[in-house]
Design a protein around this ligand. Structure first.
Ligand code: CMC
Length: 390
């Protein structure tokens, strides 16, 4: 039965064709629909990038306004959905809550679950893009025991996310534009990354004809792991554990002795600097300066760790460079976002990538259910043994 290629962990398998995201891991390049990530992070905004990923082109001014109004119109969630939260313990990990509540959205939109209808796919995409941030913020509020803050139409997408997370009914909330811009960059940089583990999960789930809300919930579950989206949380916990610059050499030695991995380092595809990491490092400087935290201890520690690793042959030989999540955690922490919400923010950003990839697959009339094979290594044929004789 040796007709199948054995490629565990898919080091050399293209699972699909796609026109959405291009990565050249050796050169350290990342393009969304042909546009370099650096230009989008600098000159665009998150909703424009969402439109681009979903539709293939940047919007005109009129298209942008219409898209943005449409998303704003969908940010509320059904009041019944809010009751789902009460079923969770307050100390549940926010990602556990996200998997459940986002998956539950399927139960609210029976009117638009015909995946072969392009209009149904479009409305589902907009609902997901608009409602996942609302659910993310509710998850945080539930966790810290504060009342839910419903979205406000006067705010843009990112301001609204910050408002829903940080505002309380007690006082006026005025978003700081430098911090809004920093979060906007994080969302742009994480919006899509071709066939990573969570996106492949979404495509595989979607290939069976499952509805988009269920598929995105499967993506959130796959993202949670520390080797993937959970790396931002793991990287910050690692910096806190190291605690002091003086402990960097000792920690790096532990990595080389294979006791643990350097979280926020390495990537399956990038064998050069992750282009998102360069943008994120710059954003780190800007945010810490704005908040007068230039002497932030963890940032200093991260810089020292980066310097030490980049000149060590262990990391050079294995082409291990910092990835985006080495820096995004420092920015998220400076913005006041709790560590257990880091991967949730990643999920908010990646929702558009998942939805765009799912839509691309379903729109292709030729697509088939995904069904990998295996290399069987179990027992050869044998006859059943009655229990008394085992
Ligand atoms: N620290 C120390 N050694 C490492 C690391 C690391 N972070 N990553 C890889 N290595 C070593 C690994 O032990 C192996 O060494 P050897 O050849 O001696 O056995 C070699 O480098 C190759 O590693 P690999 O496990 O074959 O690489 P992979 O492509 O399977 O894994 C990875 C990629 C991202 C899972 C891995 O680098 C890792 O676990 N990094 C830390 C977690 C992390 O930061 N993940 C976020 C990725 S970016 C965000 C996203 O897109 O999700």
């Amino acid at each position: 039965l040796g007709v199948f290629t054995y490629d565990p962990a898919f080091f050399s398998t293209s699972s699909c064709t796609s026109e959405i995201t291009f990565i050249d891991g050796d050169a350290g390049l990342l393009y969304y629909r042909g546009y370099p990530i650096e230009q989008l992070a600098e000159k665009s905004d998150f909703l424009e990038v969402c439109y681009l990923l979903l539709n293939g082109e940047l919007p005109t001014a009129a298209q942008k306004t219409e898209f943005s109004n449409n998303i704003t119109h969908h940010t509320m969630v059904h009041d019944q959905l809010a009751r789902f939260f009460n079923g969770f313990r307050r100390d549940a990990h926010p990602m556990a809550v996200m998997v459940g509540v986002v998956g539950a959205l399927s139960a609210f939109y029976h009117d638009s679950l015909d995946i072969n209808n392009p209009q149904h796919r479009e409305i589902s995409a907009k609902r997901l893009l608009a409602k996942v941030p609302t659910i993310a913020a509710m998850t945080h509020k539930y966790n810290v025991g504060e009342p839910f803050m419903y979205p406000k139409n006067k705010f843009g997408f990112v301001e609204n996310l910050m408002y829903m997370m940080f505002a309380t009914p007690a006082e006026e909330y005025v978003p700081n534009p430098v911090l809004v811009r920093a979060l906007e960059r994080i969302l742009i940089l994480h919006a899509d990354h071709e066939q990573n583990a969570s996106t492949s999960t979404v495509r595989l789930a979607g290939s069976s004809g499952a509805n988009p809300f269920a598929c995105i919930a499967s993506g959130i579950a796959a993202l949670w792991g520390p080797a993937h989206g959970g790396a931002n949380e793991a990287a910050l916990k690692m910096l806190e554990e190291i605690g002091d610059v003086s402990r960097v050499p000792e920690y790096v030695q532990g990595v080389k002795d294979k006791k643990y991995k350097l979280m926020g380092f390495g990537h399956r595809v990038y064998k050069n600097m992750d282009p998102r990491a360069s943008v994120m490092r710059q954003t780190c400087y800007e945010v810490l300066k704005e908040l007068k935290l230039e002497n932030d201890k963890l940032f200093g520690l991260a810089m020292e760790l980066e310097k030490t690793a980049l000149k060590d042959s262990y990391f050079i030989d294995r082409k291990l460079y910092p990835n985006v999540d080495f820096y995004s955690g420092i920015v998220l922490r400076a913005l006041g976002i709790p560590i257990n919400m880091f991967t949730v923010i990643f999920a908010v950003a990646r929702t558009i990538g998942w939805v765009s990839q799912w839509n691309e697959m379903i729109a292709d009339a030729e697509h088939k259910i995904g069904r990998p094979r295996q290399l069987y290594r179990g027992s050869v044929r044998r006859d059943f043994v009655p229990i008394a004789k085992r």
